[in-house]
Design a protein around this ligand. Structure first.
Ligand code: M6R
Length: 590
């Protein structure tokens, strides 16, 4: 995820900004840049890759000035490169930006007609040109910023400088985080607390639609439209580690809570609600080519493969195109039936998974058209595929996929609408309904995330279970698979996902009171059938833990439950274990 750091005060800005950017490195980035103002001149240094590259550049060509802005970029629009790195300058206006500008193409077109030329592929560059355009008219930096920002649609946190106003820095936020740090006669501004925590613990959190103007040693808060605001600082007593994780215990939890934002970013700028369709800028397939597709082959690994299975349901249901789904490591070692009428869809968060990349190459060699759904911009798979739909989840630091999965589903849904509209299986009205449903999804997720206490209670009740079953039907079967995978990799509890209707063909024999079963039963047409599968489970006492106390006596392997519990660590297995299966001492396996 991109990071922003700004400074204005009496110290040299560059070391403070670089240090702040370093503290944001854990979030992932592909390029970085800094701009400082000194004596009416702006100087910018940008480089691709690690911060060390930028530091070397600054050593060679030093920057001076006590007001400056810096940025680490995680590419969304335009590949990682020095040209696409922030800050972006247009005339005297210099901008760093986090977020996604939804209407950037329309604005770019308008600005082009007014004679602006663009050097980068980013949505950010239009912000600097837009403000420059207003500045040319009013000659007033503050007014120009306010006017420009009010024309933007989408999410942004921005820091803006004007070469002609050396001591002034403006920051504003809409949908992306921004915090202001109050120092002694100096101010810090950042997208995230850790960037500035070593300088001050007095912070003001900006809300959407707010702007702060730093000038003459003062910070003046207002709405973007200009209404004055009184903001109260808060004292932050987080440790630097806590701050990195945004106050969450670990990155995975943080990323779980980022899911609604990640979906919104993946949708941003892509909906054409009026026409009931979507715009996928980097698909690179014409409508004629999409119409000619005879079958689709989706290939992925792990969580991305589960997303692929959901994609099969969506595409077959709404577009009536046969879809096959393969695990990449299987696909590449068989002799797949793929030809020039096949559309291959490669799904990969990282865009670097070797089997998925090899499958792409295999399919290409057989003449298949191909599209990648990737999170990491300019990753190998994204580069080698003919077209790409980027998910805008931001960097996923937790090993277990969470926000990447839901954004892959979002991308597949967008593709389904596109295909269905082009091929005539989805009419305009249905397209509009589908998009309206998609727009509501993040709010449902937000609601689900408020159930954290209930989820914790369930987890505590079942934390010592040795096995789990996840059941679902139809589109929920892959979700059951994903649930089981998450449980396996995070809690080391054995878990399987099954199609609920398949229970009677064998797996039902596993059900007893020691086998918790998670059933996905939304109110769809298969609800009643799923409920009768639940009845079968309940009749066998599934997961009721009734005989918990003697469970271990029946099965010596139950002892292993304790060290598998997430509440135990290797150093404290004996002492911290709260085994519900035995009161005897726990023996750690070697
Ligand atoms: O980067 P990719 O999506 O290609 O990775 C594929 C799998 O390794 C990945 O989805 C993995 O299964 C998840 N991290 C599990 O949570």
């Amino acid at each position: 995820m991109c990071g922003i750091v700004g400074y204005t005060g009496s110290q040299e800005a560059t070391p403070i900004i670089i240090e702040g950017l370093r503290r944001l490195e854990y979030r992932g980035y592909d390029s970085a840049g800094v701009c400082t103002l000194s004596g009416g001149t702006a100087a910018t240094r940008r480089s691709q890759g690690k911060l060390i590259n930028l530091e070397r550049l600054i050593q060679e060509k030093p920057l001076s000035g006590s007001t400056g802005i810096g940025h680490t970029r995680w590419a969304t629009h335009g590949r990682p490169s020095e040209t696409n790195a922030h800050p972006h300058q247009a005339g005297p206006i210099i901008v760093v930006h986090n977020g996604i500008i939804e209407n950037y193409l329309a604005l770019k077109e308008q600005l082009r007609k007014k004679g602006h030329t663009f050097l980068s592929e980013t949505d950010t560059e239009i912000i600097s040109h837009l403000i420059e355009e207003h500045y040319l008219q009013s000659g007033n930096f503050e007014q120009a910023v306010r006017a420009g920002l009010q024309e933007l649609r989408g999410a942004f946190a921005v820091c803006i400088l004007c070469e002609k106003e050396p001591g002034t820095l403006i920051a504003a936020k809409q949908g992306s985080p921004m915090v202001v740090g109050l120092g002694e006669g100096e101010y810090f501004v950042a997208s995230d607390i850790p960037a500035i925590l070593s300088h001050t613990r007095e912070m003001v959190f900006m809300e959407d639609g707010e702007l702060v103007l730093f000038r003459d040693g003062a910070a003046v808060f207002s709405t973007v439209a200009g209404a004055p605001l009184v903001k109260k600082p808060r004292h932050i007593d987080w440790s630097p580690m806590m701050a990195e994780k945004g106050g969450f215990k670990h990155f995975m939890l943080k990323e779980i809570y980022e899911q609604p934002r990640a979906i919104r970013d993946t949708i941003a700028g892509r909906l054409r609600e009026e026409e009931g369709t979507v715009y996928l800028e980097e698909l690179r397939l014409t409508d004629k080519q999409l119409k000619a597709v005879e079958r689709i082959s989706i290939i992925a690994c792990g969580t991305s493969w589960h997303a692929a299975l959901v994609g099969k349901f969506l595409i077959e249901e709404h577009c009536r195109i046969p879809v096959e789904v393969d695990i990449a490591s299987e696909f590449r070692y068989r002799n797949p039936v793929v030809n020039d009428r096949t559309l291959m869809l490669l799904i990969s968060q990282s865009g670097e998974t070797a089997d998925t990349l090899a499958a792409l190459r295999e399919g290409k060699s057989r003449g298949a058209k191909n599209i990648a759904i990737c999170n990491v911009v300019d990753s190998s798979i994204a580069r080698e595929a003919n077209g790409v739909i980027y998910t805008h989840a931001g960097p996923e630091i937790g090993v277990a996929s969470t926000k990447a999965f839901v954004t892959q589903l979002t991308a597949l849904y967008l593709l389904t609408v596109k295909l269905g509209r082009v091929r005539g299986t989805i009419d305009r009205l249905r397209g509009q309904e589908m998009l309206a449903a998609l727009v509501r999804a993040p709010a449902f997720l937000e609601e689900a995330l408020t159930l954290d206490e209930e989820v914790e209670q369930v987890a505590r009740r079942y934390m010592n279970a040795r096995d789990f079953l996840y059941l679902g039907r139809g589109i929920n079967y892959p979700i059951a698979l994903e649930g089981a995978l998450k449980l396996k990799e995070i809690s080391y509890i054995h878990a399987e996902g099954y199609p609920a209707g398949e229970m009677k063909h064998g797996p039902i024999a596993l059900i007893d009171d020691q086998m918790p079963v998670v059933v996905l039963a939304p109110h769809t047409s298969s609800y009643e059938k799923t409920v009768s599968n639940m009845e079968e489970v309940i009749a066998r006492g599934g997961g009721s833990l009734r005989s918990a106390r003697w469970g271990m006596a029946r099965s010596p392997t139950r002892r292993r439950l304790c060290w598998r519990s997430p509440s135990t660590t290797s150093g404290s297995r004996r002492s911290s274990c709260r085994c519900r299966f035995s009161s005897s001492p726990i023996i750690s396996p070697s």
